[in-house]
Design a protein around this ligand. Structure first.
Ligand code: RP5
Length: 184
């Protein structure tokens, strides 16, 4: 009955809240190889919140939970996810493996996690062989990964595109205000 639906809806929203998710079906999937990547990857969630883009955050490891990686990547599109942001450190195969398993665009975030200072992750992610692209951002730059995801979604969404134009305008004004203060 309808009262059951109310209870179910409430339970769903509580569960979503516990996971830090949006209640709406996620358009962007933020995944990472380890919870140790969270301090870097949370910047992506912060940006998507600013733009009001529903997203989900999951720990999915290519080498520790390969089966989970497979099911996540193969089901993402049918669940309504439109862009995947994948962060990983070290050998960092997660973004490339996910890109191999889904037709969705994948943005890779090289996480600085080893004695090689993130250069290892950067090269692992950016050097995808021909045929399976991963759009790679700078080391630890989950902010840019989310901004790129918003631009991708904005190609088919005029509201998001407007919000991105405002964001650019705001950062331009910020710089101009700083310059003005220096000149005084
Ligand atoms: C990668 O290895 C993760 O993406 C992380 O960046 C790195 C270290 O993981 P932990 O050993 O901290 O779990 O799989």
């Amino acid at each position: 009955g309808s009262s059951m639906n109310v209870v179910e809806a409430k339970l769903k929203s509580v569960l979503e809240e516990e996971k830090g998710d949006d209640v709406n079906s996620p358009q962007v999937g933020i995944i990472m190889g380890s919870d140790s990547d969270l301090p870097v990857m949370k910047d992506a969630a912060r940006i998507l919140n600013i733009f009001g883009v529903p997203h989900e955050v999951r720990i999915v490891s290519a080498h520790r939970t390969p089966e989970l990686m497979f099911s996540y990547a193969t089901s993402a599109a049918e669940r309504g996810v439109q862009v995947v942001i994948a962060g990983a450190g070290g050998a960092a195969h997660l973004p490339g493996m996910v890109a191999a398993l889904t037709p969705l665009p994948v943005i890779g975030v090289p996480v600085r996690a080893s004695s090689l200072d993130g250069l290892d992750s950067l090269l692992s992610i950016v050097q995808m062989p021909r045929g399976v692209p991963v759009a790679t951002v700078a080391i630890n730059n989950a902010t840019n990964a989310a901004l790129l995801a918003v631009r991708m979604l904005g190609a088919g969404n005029v509201n998001l595109r407007d919000r991105m134009a405002h964001y650019l305008e705001d950062s331009r004004e910020e710089v101009l205000a700083k310059t003005e203060r220096l000149e005084k």
